[in-house]
Design a protein around this ligand. Structure first.
Ligand SMILES: [Zn+2]
Ligand SMILES: [Zn+2]
Ligand SMILES: [Zn+2]
Length: 519
């Protein structure tokens, strides 16, 4: 095609893409990866030969693919980076959480009767911040900090009469940035892992106290399983949402019953444990007792951090500890809780307004930049070295994992990915002989990533279509009445749909079986 030189370069590239001879093949590939926003380009081949005759039984080479490369999903869990890959990640988290509540995916259905709660552990305050104060009973919002008080030593007002809306850019930012305790906030955030492990240690002790049993009795009779997810708040500090379930202890259980199973992975979950032997807890414990223990254990946690002349901190969870009974008889459906947790799995610091480029000067960008600077400053303090404040400064000092779970809670992300790979193989995508008598010869290398500007436009369109499909499936699932339970299984449709779409990709490399694991 002859294009005028003055044409917008993106448009010119778009026209070039659409008119290229292997456009259809390319679009098929992009559909296959759900319109992933930054796919990895692989070049190479897979060849399977008969060991005796040397005859080639299967062969696939990137030479057959559009542009001579095979596109593989980026696998990023953050929706702000790749909505398509993040949707797969959230879907996996959904199944992981749900199966630990309702059973399935290798977890016995009897877990549905175990006492469990959904708790939120919050961050304490480090200075007055602008906040939404919803009015009682549907009335309009109340003023932010209504009490008339004197100005602070920096001459700033310590009260705020504004009735902030949910989208006010000031929300979460301090009334006075100089009064705000940035050092304390980042030391707290960097210590969340320690606060959490202390909470885990206290929880069975508080159950012992509440039930009038000894710690040893409790340790011998029950195990606490959990899955947790962190959520950044607008003020830059995190909340920890956690599903806690009480299990019994199988008669032949070689493992330490309560502690040290906090297997953590930042984005991945390398768990090899099993939830198959989950057994019923003793009768004396119920969700009410668990909820009470969660609250008192959270309040009891205090952690002192001393750093000589740089400061000393007495760290706690925030005073607001929300605990909800989610046992089937009394609470919310497993699907609802799982959806709530999954929603946060694909997010990170976006809501805080943190801008790594440092160019934005919105109130929240300024606030979070001050947190990052405080983390850098304290990174030099020898006593705080183990908090790794420099390394995690850009995560606003939080150095833990977005999601984590105890070993026995339910299935693993690895297992769910495996399932997807098997589904695809079963759908006929990977027609490859296996077993003895065959020689596998495979070589793939990374040759690039992403799209040209014109390709990016088309890929974004495909990703949007996928998103609309997902939403349609969700709505269809929600509208379908289901007998015998409030929950619905719509996300199953999601995975099937995704699997089928991936399977419809003509040919894909078979390295590692799955894009998430392959690289
Ligand atoms: Zn992607
Ligand atoms: Zn305010
Ligand atoms: Zn001040």
């Amino acid at each position: 095609v002859d294009l005028p030189a003055s044409l917008d370069p993106v448009l010119a590239d778009l026209i070039g893409t659409v008119n290229s001879p292997d456009y259809d093949d390319w679009v098929r590939q992009v559909h296959g990866i759900g319109g992933c926003s930054n796919p990895i380009h692989l070049a190479g081949y897979t060849r399977v030969r008969d060991a005796t005759t040397g005859e080639v039984a299967y062969e696939y080479s990137s030479r057959e693919a559009a542009g001579g490369v095979v596109l593989v999903r980026c696998g990023n869990r953050r929706a702000s980076v790749c909505s398509s890959c993040a949707a797969i990640y959230s879907g996996d988290i959904y199944h992981l959480v749900r199966s630990g509540l309702a059973g399935g995916k290798g977890v016995p259905d009897s877990v549905a009767t175990h006492p469990r709660v959904f708790a939120t552990l919050t961050a304490p305050g480090f200075g007055a911040v602008h906040t939404v104060r919803p009015g009682a009973g549907g009335r309009s919002a109340r003023p932010c900090h209504p009490r008339r008080t004197a100005s602070c030593e920096h001459g700033r007002a310590t009260s705020c009469q504004v009735r902030h809306g949910d989208d006010d850019p000031l929300l979460g930012t301090p009334l006075c940035g100089q009064c705000y305790d940035y050092a304390g906030s980042v030391v707290w955030q960097a210590s969340v892992g320690d606060l959490w492990s202390r909470f885990r240690t206290y929880l069975p002790r508080h159950l012992a106290t509440l039930s009038g049993r000894t710690r040893a009795q409790v340790a011998a009779e029950l195990r606490l399983s959990f899955v947790k997810i962190v959520e950044y708040q607008v003020r830059g500090l995190i909340h920890v949402h956690v599903v806690i379930r009480v299990d019994g202890i199988p008669t032949e259980d070689p493992d330490d019953p309560v502690e040290s199973q906090d297997e953590q992975t930042r984005d991945e979950d390398q768990d090899s444990g099993t939830a198959a032997e989950v057994v019923a807890p003793p009768d004396w414990v119920d969700a009410l007792m668990l909820a009470e223990a969660v609250e008192s254990a959270a309040r009891a946690v205090v952690l002192s951090v001393e750093a000589g002349r740089s400061g000393a901190w007495s760290l706690r969870w925030g005073s607001q500890v929300h605990v909800r009974d989610i046992t089937d008889t009394g609470g919310e459906s497993p699907g609802k809780v799982a959806a709530y947790v999954a929603k946060y799995a694909s997010k990170a610091t976006e809501v805080t307004g943190w801008d790594p480029s440092g160019r934005l000067d919105t109130p929240r960008a300024v606030h979070t930049a001050a947190m990052v600077r405080a983390a850098w400053r304290l990174a030099e303090v020898p006593e705080l070295e183990r908090l790794k404040l420099g390394r995690w400064a850009k995560a606003l000092a939080y150095r833990g994992h977005v999601s984590s779970k105890s070993r026995r809670y339910s299935t693993t992300l690895g297992a769910l990915r495996q399932q997807r790979a098997q589904f695809r193989a079963a759908a006929g995508q990977t027609r490859r002989p296996s077993g003895e008598g065959w020689i596998l010869d495979s070589f793939w290398e990374l040759v690039g990533h992403g799209y040209t500007p014109g390709q990016a436009v088309i890929a974004a369109d495909i990703a949007r279509d996928e998103e609309i499909n997902r939403a349609a499936f969700r709505e269809a699932g929600a509208a379908r009445p289901r007998a015998g339970g409030r929950d619905n299984a719509r996300r199953h449709d999601d995975v099937t749909e995704r699997g089928a779409r991936v399977a419809s990709q003509q040919q894909a490399p078979t390295i590692g079986g799955d894009a998430h694991n392959g690289l």
